[in-house]
Design a binder for this molecule. Structure first.
Ligand SMILES: *[C@@H]1O[C@H](CO)[C@@H](O)[C@H](O)[C@H]1NC(C)=O
Ligand SMILES: *[C@@H]1O[C@H](CO)[C@@H](O)[C@H](O)[C@H]1NC(C)=O
Ligand SMILES: *[C@@H]1O[C@H](CO)[C@@H](O)[C@H](O)[C@H]1NC(C)=O
Length: 344
């Protein structure tokens, strides 16, 4: 379901005024075992990521030194001044019949023209008085935790499309785990980032402590804790997995489902997202400031430069870590990196 400004209004009913948000598509840039945030300089990194955004994405992107804006020559995102990189794990189908893997294809979200990749949101949830502070160059953060065995549905969730879904992202009809029922219209994975910042650090050793959720997690009520007083745009990713093609009653139910994340998580609680800021100059701040005016919303923000879907899709990057991560529809014998699957 297209989650749009109606939902924003409902969720912001307690704050002074409902606001617009940015919602736009970014097509796939590359899929490879690289992770400049958690494993800088390492090629290959332990597990496969699907990466979108500026084409300067590299194995190492040192904060304050590496500038995605000057090093990129294109971006896969709708807004052509956005050279940020956004990445998450890839998802694989593991055949319950013969144990081989197929990378689950992605499809475009409602109303968006894109080639794989994700839908990216910048939302105003923590902002009192309509005021948000955009990220500074070098800023990065992670949401979710690949090692967790705990359900964290309010910020990391999966929606079973075509089979009883809810409305607002990560509401109580969504699942922290990969749904154990067949999802005919796909699975939408959502990653909601924190919306409050300590105002000082561009990063932290765990890539999390410099930011905080504005309440217990998830989409925030407009209140930042005193430790992290600065309201930042709340970033959210949506990834659409085409699971409808994996139809077989025997594969689902009783706690079973046939999908596994590239880091070996066959439950799904460990889904996570990485964010590395790279908007040109103060373009993101300008957009955030323009949200209340009504002239800046979704993929049509008048203070930003917009490129065609065709140009966004043409921006690609060759793998730096060259290996088969599962070409379109092909079967592979093991997860890239020989990652083992756990289902508990
Ligand atoms: C990526 O890293 C390599 C190796 O350090 C370097 O040669 C190359 O210039 C970098 N690419 C960009 C776009 O910064
Ligand atoms: C493995 O099983 C899947 C279905 O689960 C099937 O589509 C695929 O062709 C099988 N591969 C082999 C090598 O038998
Ligand atoms: C984009 O916004 C402008 C006004 O800011 C409007 O004239 C135009 O129709 C909008 N385009 C779309 C596709 O919504």
């Amino acid at each position: 379901m297209f989650w749009n400004t109606i939902a924003t209004g409902a969720l912001l009913a307690q704050s002074a005024s409902a606001q617009n948000m940015l919602r736009f598509g970014c097509s796939q840039l590359t899929i490879e075992r690289a992770d400049p945030l958690v494993n800088p300089g390492m090629g290959p990194s332990p597990h496969t990521h699907q990466i979108i955004g500026g084409n300067s994405f590299n194995l190492s992107m040192e904060p304050g030194v590496f500038d995605p804006v000057t090093r990129s020559t294109c971006t896969t995102c709708t807004y052509s001044e956005d050279f940020s990189n956004y990445w998450t794990a890839a998802l694989y189908f593991k055949s319950p019949e013969n144990g081989t893997y197929q990378r689950v294809p992605q499809y475009a979200n409602v109303g968006i023209q894109q080639d794989g990749g994700m839908t990216v949101y910048y939302m105003p949830y923590s902002a009192k008085n309509n005021k948000m502070t955009a990220f500074k160059p070098g800023f990065r953060m992670i949401a979710g935790d690949p090692t967790t065995k705990k359900n964290n549905r309010i910020s990391i969730c999966h929606r079973c499309l075509g089979n009883g879904e809810g409305f607002a992202p990560c509401d109580n009809k969504d699942f922290g785990e990969l749904p154990t029922k067949y999802c005919p219209k796909g699975i939408r994975a959502t990653v909601i980032f924190p919306s409050c910042w300590d105002g000082k650090n561009l990063d932290s050793p765990d890539h999390k402590s410099h930011v905080a959720y504005s309440n217990s997690g998830g989409l925030g009520s407009p209140n930042c804790p005193s430790s992290h007083p600065v309201a930042i745009p709340q970033v959210m990713y949506e990834i659409m997995w085409d699971t409808g093609r994996y139809k077989n009653d025997a594969w689902y139910g009783n706690g079973k489902q046939p999908f596994v994340y590239s880091f070996g998580d066959g439950v799904g609680y460990g889904q996570h997202g990485d964010y590395l800021f790279g908007w040109k100059d103060d373009s993101l701040q300008k957009a955030m400031d323009a949200l209340p005016s009504g002239k800046c919303a979704n993929a049509n923000c008048s203070v930003l430069k917009i490129q065609s879907a065709k140009d966004a899709m043409a921006c690609k990057k060759k793998q730096q870590v060259v290996e088969d991560v599962g070409k379109d529809g092909a079967w592979i014998k093991e997860l890239p990196g020989g990652v083992q699957v756990t289902t508990k």
